[in-house]
Design a protein around this ligand. Sequence first.
Ligand code: DAH
Length: 340
Amino acid sequence: MQEKLEKILSEAKEQLGKATQLSETEEIRVKFLGKKGELTSILRSMGKLEPDERKKLGLAANNARNEIEAMLEEKKDTVKGKAKELKLKAETIDVTEPGKELKLGSKHPITVTIEEMTNIFESMGFSVTEGPEVETVFYNFDALNAAPNHPARDMTDTFYINKDVILRTQTSPVQARTLEKEKPPIMILAPGRCFRCDTPDATHSPMFHQIEGMVVDEGITMGDLRGVLDRFAKEMFGSEVKTKFRPHHFPFTEPSAEMDVSCFKCGGKGCRVCKGSGWIEVLGCGMIHPNVLKIGGIDTEKYTGFAFGIGVERIAMLKYGIDDIRLMYENDMRFIDQFK
Ligand code: DAH
């Protein structure tokens, strides 16, 4: 019996020595100390022994059990400690590792261009305002002196929501809205989206952007218009560019003009950008038609004004050498990233 106890003890010691998992220590506990365990069965069989023998062996068996229990506890502690150590090691953060590169977005060329143009005009005293993209026929056409049979009103040119409501075809209705609610001196800039029934190609898109400008005050002349727009052209395309004004027609201005800038690519000699002419058309402008001022409630005896409208895409394409307007709306990061 004594020998058996010693054997159990040394076996338990040996097995526990090899154990590395909590589940293993539990198996060992069951094997030796469980209900059907080896030591338990010895303790059970103790009843059959002589009292003297029982006392002696009982003591030894109890000692053996205590010893195994103590060893089990110790092993459990070390196994738990090891597991914790491993976990901590796995969770360590190496602060010297280089970080992951986060991809930063960049501004769209349209945004960049609007901001640049806006800054130039703001530096001359213009303030930015906005109007609705879903506009009434009244503000988009009637209040801008467009004849009832003007071709731009046609359903083939304009997106109609119903007979009175459309998607604005130009930013000019912001002129009419501003005249209605503000008193001169007025000096506003209105960037925004416009819509026309155009089939997309390299230079057309059914949605595009314009920047409208308007100045109304006492004594405003065509000279002011030329001064402001010439300054804009030089800031935008370079101080060496020249401007020229060609007569044109718009219903809401009289006289009306288109402004060309001397080609900033070839300096006027003629190249692909200016299509050989040395000049590039950049905007429409004119002195505000008295009818437009009157509809807006402005005293035309006292006040005059000028206005202009600039196509943002066209300016961006010229400035950045983009040869297809559709690239602007594809949102391909490889394209947009070039305008950082
Ligand atoms: N609204 C015109 C267009 O879309 C551009 C324009 C021309 C605006 C002359 C103006 C202007 O304010 O005076 O073609």
